[in-house]
Design a binder for this molecule. Sequence first.
Ligand code: GLN
Length: 257
Amino acid sequence: MKKLFALILAILMVASLAACSGDTETETADTNDTTAEELIMGTNAYFPPYEYYDADGTTIVGIDAEIAQAVADKLGMKLTIKDMDFDSLLTAVQTGSVDIVFAGLTVTEERQQAVDFTVTYATGIQVIIVPNDSDIASVDDLAGKTIGVQAGTTGDIYCTGDYGQDSVKQFQNGALAVAALQNGQVDCVVIDNEPAKSFVEANEGLKILDTEYITEDYAAAISKDNADLTTKVNNAMEELKADGTIDAIIAKYIKAE
Ligand code: GLN
């Protein structure tokens, strides 16, 4: 009896080993295996309230960080966040140095050629920040002005398209663009509305014009070679939308007006 039990146990063990190695093979590249549990998110952490360093200056917090964490939790993955320049994020996801970009990233047709977008989770509006005493009162006054933007953002793309490269000064992040506005190096900054509010709150003498440049949708980006991850993240995000988690995360950072 004991022998029979040992034999059955041995057969079961071999069978389960076979099942495991089968799984490993279908995981394709072996490198995927070791990183399977990790979800590497790329972002530019100077975009409050979507992503920014908390008071101790070491942890990246914000709406995107929390949504990504909730997605990773649902998928049983460990989230790692990499901070990089905004204009290297899409290349990073295309080349696989990050798995997903959560960066208040606007869905555009041009970007859709390069990456896949997940379902959208927020709306952004390009707005104009000016000094309180500025003579710029609306979008119509931008011609002939020097406009500060974050390199590679939709604000950059639209302003460069509308007013020409010579009228637009690019900065590596919004905080640097706003610092240039404070110094008088640029006449205004075109940037997404929520970071604009944070920057205006944190800096004396600036205001946001009432006029809107353009309204956009935010989604995460994933490599076109990683359709499986896109499906999983979309399913997780749909669940997090349906159960109110995403709304609650956004409400925590953006107070209703
Ligand atoms: N929403 C803008 C874009 O996608 C800016 C995003 C950002 O600077 N993080 O271009």
